[in-house]
Design a binder for this molecule. Structure first.
Ligand code: TAP
Length: 486
C-alpha cells in the first residue's frame, strides 16, 4: 500500500471499472490542523461519473457478482477487514490528518470500520427468507435479492466509517456500487480502494469517483441506471437527492442532520450527567450528526449544572489530532469553521448569553489550524437560530425545564428527530420520557455509543431508512415472493 510520510503528498486517483483513473482538474486536500497539503485529488467530470455508473450497471447485469455465493462475498469482506487491520495505524493517522479529529477518536472509527465489514460478512451467512401458509395448492416463499446498482454518497465527519456503513452491507447483499466520498476527506477512501483493488472483486463491482457532490452526487442521484442511493449528509442535500431520485423512482436511504436533546433530571448522577453532557457535544468538535447540541436541565440543579459544565468545558484541551494530549481536534475546513462562527454571532445578536468560548483559537501552536474553543450558550429561547438549526460544531445551548411534560415538549420542538438522551436514576421515569422523545437513536444515562448490531437513523427530517444491523442489509435488498403451484 502507498504510505504517507511527513514530506510526501499523496496523489489520489478514482477507481472505475477496476482501473485507477485521474482527471484534468485537481484539488488540494488539506490537514485542517496545519493547513499543510497532504494529498492531491482529481475532480472527476459528469462524463467520468457516467462511465463509473455504466461499469457498475454492466457488472450487475452480467450477473457474475450477484450470483456469487454469500460465502464468497463474506470471504471478500473478511479480507477487506483483515487488510484494514494490518494497516490500522496508517489508517488512523491519515484519518486524523484528513479530518482534524483527535487520534483516539480516529482509532475508534477504524476499529468500528473493521467491525462493520466483519459484521456484514457474518450476517449475510445467516438464514433468511420466509415461507407462508397460503390458500390453494400453492407454496409461497420469500427471497431477498440485491437492489442492483447502489450509489453511495458520504460526508466528511467520519470519512471511512460512514463509507463502511454503506459499502459493507451493499456488497454483502450482492449489489454493485458507485461510491463518492466527501471531496475534502478522500484519503482513507483511496486507501480502502487500494485494498478493494487487491481482494479480487470482478471489474466494475466497486467504483469510487472523487470530486464534487454537485457534479458526481447529482449525476448518481439523477441516473436512470442507478437503482438506489444511500446518502448521509445534510437535510438540504438529502431533499435534493429525493427530488432527483424521483426520475426513475429509485430507492433512497437518507441519514441526515439532527438537533438532539440531552435531558438531565435533578435525580441523575450529577458528574455523570456533566461528563456525558460534554462528551455529547464536544466529541468530534461537535461535527457529529447525533451530537447532543441541546442540553435541557431540570430547574432545581440548573445553576449548579451550568457552573460545573462551564468549568469543565474550559479544561478541554483543544489541539492537533496527532498530539496525544489533545481532547478536541480541529474543525474540518475553514468554510465549516466560518459557518460555526456565523452561528455564534447570530446567537449573541439574538440575545443568548455566551458563557464560554465563542471564538477561534490562534495561539500556542494553533495559529495555522482551524480550531474553535468549546462554546456554551445559556438563556436561550426556542425561537433562536442556535436552538433551531444544526450548527455542526462545538456549540451547545443549555436550557431549563421544570416538569417531565415540559422536558418532552422542548425535546420534541424541532424539525429533526435523529437522537436524544435522558439522564435520571429513576428507571421508570427515564423510560417513560425516552419513549416520548421522537428520535431514532436514544440513550439512557449514556450518550453516543454506537453498535454495528443496532439500527441507526432518524425520525422526521433526520432521514428515511436505517443504517447498521440487519436493517441496513435490508435497505440494500429487494424482497421477492415466489408462489409455486404444487
Ligand atoms: P453535505 O453537504 O450534505 O454533503 C454530504 C455528501 O453529499 C458529500 O459527499 C457532498 O459532496 C455530497 N453532495 C453535495 N451536493 C450534492 C448534490 N447536489 N447531490 C448529491 N450529493 C451531493 O453534508 P456534509 O457537510 O458533508 O456533512 C454534514 C451533514 O451530514 C450534517 O448535516 C450531518 O448531520 C449530516 N450527517 C448525518 C449523519 C447521519 S448518520 N445521520 C452522519 C454524518 C453526517 P462534497 O464532497 O462536494 O461536499
Amino acid at each position: 500500500m502507498t504510505t504517507l510520510t511527513n514530506t510526501q503528498v499523496l496523489e489520489l486517483k478514482s477507481y472505475i471499472n477496476g482501473k485507477w483513473v485521474t482527471a484534468d482538474n485537481t484539488v488540494d486536500i488539506i490537514n485542517p490542523a496545519t493547513q499543510q497539503v497532504i494529498a492531491i485529488a482529481p475532480r472527476m467530470t459528469k462524463n467520468q461519473t457516467e462511465q463509473a455508473i455504466t461499469a457498475a450497471r454492466t457488472a450487475f447485469d452480467n450477473g457474475e457478482w450477484a450470483k456469487t455465493t454469500a460465502q464468497e462475498r463474506a470471504a471478500i469482506l473478511h479480507k477487506i477487514a483483515n487488510k484494514i487491520e494490518e494497516s490500522f495505524e496508517e489508517f488512523v493517522t491519515l484519518e486524523t490528518m484528513d479530518n482534524g479529529k483527535v487520534y483516539g477518536e480516529a482509532e475508534g472509527d477504524i476499529q468500528d470500520t473493521i467491525a462493520c465489514f466483519r459484521y456484514y460478512a457474518g450476517i449475510i451467512l445467516h438464514p433468511d427468507g420466509e415461507t407462508y401458509p397460503v390458500p390453494d395448492d400453492v407454496q409461497a416463499m420469500v427471497v431477498k435479492e440485491p437492489v442492483g446498482v447502489a450509489g453511495l454518497i458520504v460526508p466528511w465527519n467520519f470519512p471511512l466509517l460512514m463509507s463502511a456503513w454503506k459499502i459493507a452491507p451493499a456488497l454483502a447483499a450482492g449489489n454493485t456500487i458507485v461510491y463518492k466520498p466527501a471531496e475534502i476527506t478522500p484519503v482513507t477512501a483511496f486507501k480502502l480502494f487500494e485494498i478493494i483493488d487487491e481482494v479480487g472483486l470482478p471489474e466494475g463491482v466497486a467504483n469510487m469517483v472523487l470530486g464534487q457532490g454537485s457534479i458526481i452526487g447529482q449525476t448518481i442521484s439523477e441516473s436512470n441506471d442507478v437503482d438506489m442511493v444511500s446518502f448521509t449528509g445534510s437535510t438540504e442535500v438529502g431533499r435534493g437527492i429525493m427530488r432527483a431520485a424521483a426520475g426513475n423512482l429509485k430507492k433512497i436511504s437518507l441519514e441526515l442532520g439532527g438537533k438532539s436533546p440531552n435531558i438531565i433530571f435533578a435525580d441523575a448522577d450529577f458528574e455523570t450527567a456533566v461528563d456525558y453532557g460534554l462528551f455529547g457535544i464536544f466529541v468530534g468538535s461537535g461535527q457529529v450528526c447525533s451530537s447532543g447540541s441541546r442540553i435541557l436541565v431540570q430547574d432545581t440543579i440548573y445553576d449548579d449544572y451550568v457552573k460545573r459544565y462551564v468549568e469543565r468545558a474550559e479544561k478541554i484541551k483543544v489541539g492537533p489530532g496527532l498530539a496525544k494530549d489533545s481532547h478536541m481536534g480541529a474543525i474540518v475546513s475553514e468554510a465549516q469553521m466560518n459557518s460555526i462562527l456565523g452561528y455564534i454571532e447570530k446567537g449573541k445578536e439574538e440575545g443568548a448569553t455566551l458563557l464560554t468560548g465563542g471564538h477561534r483559537l490562534t495561539e500556542n501552536g494553533l495559529e495555522e489550524g482551524f480550531f474553535l474553543a468549546p462554546t456554551v450558550f445559556a438563556d436561550v429561547t426556542q425561537d433562536m437560530t442556535i436552538v433551531r438549526e444544526e450548527i455542526f460544531g462545538p456549540v451547545v445551548t443549555i436550557q431549563k425545564f421544570s416538569t417531565e411534560e415540559e422536558a418532552v415538549r422542548l425535546a420534541n420542538d424541532t424539525d429533526y428527530g435523529l437522537a436524544g438522551a435522558v439522564f435520571s436514576n429513576d428507571g421508570a421515569k427515564a423510560l417513560r420520557v425516552i419513549k416520548q422523545v421522537r428520535a431514532g437513536i436514544t440513550w439512557v444515562n449514556d450518550y453516543h455509543p454506537t453498535y454495528v448490531e443496532a439500527p441507526w437513523g432518524g425520525y422526521k427530517q433526520s432521514g428515511i431508512g436505517r443504517s447498521l444491523g440487519k436493517y441496513s442489509l435490508e435497505e440494500f435488498q429487494e424482497v421477492k415472493q415466489i408462489n409455486i403451484r404444487l
